[in-house]
Design a protein around this ligand. Structure first.
Ligand code: PA5
Length: 475
């Protein structure tokens, strides 16, 4: 049976839990007037209700004033985003990306990834900023070590260091490899220089077949890279015109390198469709509103630095992706929370003193994975020479949770507000939830602060100077 609901998305959270309990074998089809179409089975709905990303504000609430976070402002920011009536609305295509990918480029991405995986030992991903951070964050989070059949993924074109470039070339050795060059504009200096190098290497290695080893992800019709790809016959993927680099991870920009690394990108796309649907509800119990409103409230109370921390070392590049997302979206017109990231517990031994006891201008957002993928009990030591037997048999994940709670309490007592963000597992579903959550919250938080969260006029200043000083013709 297919039931068809159509109308304002506000009705969705009200009926959904009740409906999911009562009905077992129907497919719920929700058509939102201004959003994508969402298909959910009640079983999936119940699962989603259990697993969806959570925000915990108990560690921030003691630092709120009596009025607390401004949910009315979050509501109007969300409306602006949904109605596409705010500044930069022409760059909000990222909300529809998962659905567009499912209907469009996902298949060719999977086919290209399968081809690369079957013939090459490495993929060289050429790109910078929004054209590489998302893929690198996902691959380091979900595939920190390549499996035995996985190609190695090298990221180049994200700097101008000759030592780094020579290091990658050395590591690549004689291995068969493919190149995915990613640049929306096609003119960014760093990736353009690296691409020239790796293209020449491919041509030397494969001769006229080199062009079959190049995959270009770029604008659909404009730019130097598109013209080169058309002229040379390289396989192309699209950076959508209505999606800025830092919001592009769920397009081919992120999905092709992820798929080559062995990540289940079809699962990511499916979970992202569900997550965007679930996080679109207009209510103060929406974790997106909670996070966006809490951070703007704290900013208004003098907390101008946000530390994104995780106890999972493989989260490090997700922190880099998040810094670009929030820094480039909010840091303008002389305002904006400064986004920084730390890796706990490692950085507690270097930055812990500052966090506990330095200037009281920072708050922390701690991302947790509730269940670990593996377990590791502390071994028993005969005679207890190191005095650790009080932990013997206890799982490291459990010890880590206790450490997290202890650190939270200490930091709060030291004057550091704490926001908790948690997903169930470090897997494709957890990743999709984190991406959708942080993207939506960034847009809403940006609108709440009064900026255009989708432009980056400040990035051009250094480029102009650099091209002039390097003697680029016409600069
Ligand atoms: O978010 C952005 O727009 C930037 O970080 C760009 O992604 C980055 O500068 C790379 O640009 P391009 O993809 O045009 O090479």
């Amino acid at each position: 049976m297919i039931l068809h609901f159509s109308g304002d998305f506000d009705v969705f959270p009200a009926f959904a839990p009740h409906f999911a309990k009562k009905v077992r074998r129907v497919l719920i089809l929700v058509i939102c007037e201004k959003s994508s179409i969402i298909f959910l089975s009640p079983i999936l709905l119940r699962k989603r209700m259990r697993n969806m990303i959570k925000v915990d504000l108990t560690g921030a609430a003691p630092f709120f004033d009596a009025a607390g976070p401004d949910y009315a402002s979050a509501a109007s920011a969300h409306r602006m985003l949904e109605e596409k009536s705010g500044p930069g609305a022409e760059f909000t295509g990222w909300i529809e990306l998962p659905m567009r990918m499912k209907k469009g480029e996902l298949k060719p991405i999977l086919a290209a990834a399968a081809k690369i995986r079957s013939r090459s030992k490495a993929l060289v991903v050429v790109g910078i900023g929004g054209s590489y951070l998302g893929a690198r964050g996902a691959i380091e989070l979900l595939r920190p070590l390549p499996g035995k059949d996985d190609p190695r993924i090298f990221f180049v074109g994200n700097g101008l260091s000759p030592d780094y470039l020579n290091g990658v070339i050395e590591q690549l050795g004689d291995d068969d490899f493919d190149v995915n060059v990613i640049s929306k504009s096609g003119t960014t200096l760093e990736p353009a220089v690296s691409f020239r190098v790796f293209r020449a290497m491919l041509e030397k290695k494969y001769g006229s077949a080199a062009k079959r080893h190049i995959f270009a992800t770029t604008d659909v019709s404009r730019g130097v890279l598109r013209s080169m790809a058309n002229a040379e016959g390289w396989e192309c993927f699209t950076v959508p015109g209505d999606v800025g680099g830092r919001y592009s991870v769920l397009s081919a920009v992120g999905l092709l390198p992820m798929a080559v690394a062995g990540i289940d990108v079809a699962a990511i796309v499916d979970h992202a469709i569900e997550t965007f649907g679930a996080l679109y509800r207009r209510s103060p119990d929406n974790p997106v509103w909670q996070y966006a409103a809490a951070r703007q409230h704290l900013y208004g109370r003098g907390y101008g630095i946000e530390l994104l921390a995780s106890y999972e070392p493989s989260f490090r590049f997700m922190g880099e992706w998040w810094k670009q997302l929030y820094g480039e979206s909010e840091g303008k017109n002389g305002i904006g929370i400064f986004p920084a990231s730390l890796e706990y517990t490692a950085d507690l031994h270097s930055m812990g003193q500052y966090v506990q006891d330095g200037p009281r201008k920072l708050y922390e957002t701690v991302v947790s994975f509730e269940k670990s993928l593996t377990s590791f009990p502390v071994p028993f030591g005969m005679g207890d020479p190191d005095g650790l037997n009080y932990l013997a048999g206890r799982d490291l994940h459990d010890i880590c949770r206790t450490a997290r709670d202890a650190v939270k309490a200490a930091h709060i007592s030291g004057g550091v507000p704490n926001i908790g963000v948690s997903v169930e597992r470090r897997d494709e579903a957890g990743y999709a939830e984190l991406v959708c959550f942080f993207e939506l919250a960034c847009a809403i938080s940006g609108y709440m602060s009064g900026v255009n969260p989708f432009d980056q006029p400040g990035v051009e200043a250094y480029k102009k100077n650099m091209f002039k000083m390097l003697g680029k013709p016409g600069a």
